[in-house]
Design a binder for this molecule. Structure first.
Ligand SMILES: Cc1ncc(COP(=O)(O)O)c(C=O)c1O
Length: 356
């Protein structure tokens, strides 16, 4: 019998979240961003759940190949483009679209002769200062790209550094539009936060990621307020119960000390499952559907929880670390991180099952 931990992927909720994205997108092309193994949900499951997307956007060629092998026939965009010239053979073989964000990628593309025209997203750095041509060099990068016979449609793209802050979004948007004034190419600006909060940025194509998985891109607005549903539930069970006397401590480092007698549940989930080791006492967790708290340090394979609010809970009691009944954003907030990191960190040893 395997350990009772399991990550359940809610395919219908993922599909619902995509619908929410589309409702905000006017008639823009919707790329479902599925990088990092679909934010931990699995490429093949994402292919099923996001069947209604117009395209899939990701980083790794091997994930693009997996999506094609899972039957995805619509466009796939490589959000970081290629890393070496040999990647271009796969770009053509699998019919991929690619980002071009630097002069080196332009040169690789110019040198390598491709059979099928490749659609390109030309990226401008408008303030993130990670990838992209500066606004000043953008037009000449565009002209160079246009000279390459095997370059197909070109779309202009930028990415927001603070998509939840309207003043930063507006500054980046203005920089982007000023640099491409007079061009008739299609444009793409929005990630989830901008899609949900900046209708003037929707343009021709949008690139929602985190919202599709049911986590809010905003600190001030919950997933429920955004009409999003949890894409993943990380569930486990109580596998041990301890009764503490006042003054007893729990776990490594004796971080938690009982002030009164209390029952502690030991849950099959630890940092080797991807649960954050820095989770403080008080981090929310559900036992038999009742919200309680973590007490004591997270260890490799186990977490200890306060059973005081669930007195009847015994070995075998159902536990939810995050998911349908406990928003991942609440756990992320308590542990000083974001939903993105939690869902991406679920470890390979955790069994995953898709449910409709
Ligand atoms: C270029 C680009 N577009 C879109 C996204 C999706 O962003 P989010 O998950 O915040 O919606 C990302 C993710 O980092 C990205 O790098």
């Amino acid at each position: 019998m395997p350990r009772p931990i399991i990550a359940q992927i809610h395919l219908q909720s993922l599909a619902h979240n995509l619908q929410v994205a589309r409702q905000h997108a006017d008639n823009a092309f919707v790329w479902a961003v599925i990088k990092a193994n679909a934010y931990g949900h699995g490429i093949e499951r994402a292919v099923l759940a996001f069947a209604a997307a117009d395209g899939l956007a990701l980083l790794d060629l091997n994930e693009a190949v997996r999506a094609r092998e899972a039957g995805w026939l619509k466009p796939i965009l490589l959000l970081e483009g290629i890393f070496e010239p040999a990647d271009l053979a796969l770009v053509n073989r699998y019919g991929l679209s690619m980002t071009v964000h630097c002069a080196e990628q332009l040169q690789m593309l110019a040198k390598y002769s491709l059979q099928i025209p490749v659609p390109v997203y030309l990226k401008m750095n408008t303030g993130m200062n990670r990838l992209g041509f500066t606004p000043e060099s953008f037009a000449s990068a565009y002209q160079a790209l246009r000279q390459i016979p095997w370059v197909g449609d070109i779309t202009f793209m930028t990415h927001f550094s603070d998509a939840d802050l309207p003043e930063v979004v507006n500054t980046q948007r203005a920089r982007f539009l000023a640099a491409i004034e007079g061009f008739s190419e299609k444009k793409s600006l929005c990630n989830s936060a901008a899609l949900l909060s900046a209708p003037n940025c929707i343009a021709d194509a949008v690139r929602p990621g985190i919202m599709l998985y049911g986590s809010s891109p905003f600190a001030y607005r919950s997933a429920k307020q955004c009409r999003l549903q949890a894409g993943m539930s990380l569930n486990s069970e109580v596998i041990g119960v301890q009764v503490l006397k006042p003054g007893d401590t729990v776990g490594y480092g004796s971080r938690f000390k009982a002030e009164q007698s209390m029952r502690i549940g030991v849950v099959a989930c630890g940092y080797a499952d991807g649960y954050p080791r820095n989770a403080p006492d008080g981090t929310p967790i559900l036992v038999n559907g009742v919200k309680t708290r973590i007490v004591g340090r997270v260890s490799m394979d186990m977490i200890t929880v306060d059973l005081s609010p669930v007195e009847q809970a015994q070995i075998g009691a159902a536990v939810q670390l995050w998911g349908e009944q406990l928003p991942i954003d609440e756990v992320a907030h308590a542990t000083g991180t974001i939903g993105y990191e939690l869902m991406c960190a679920v470890a390979p040893r955790v069994p995953v099952s898709a449910c409709p």
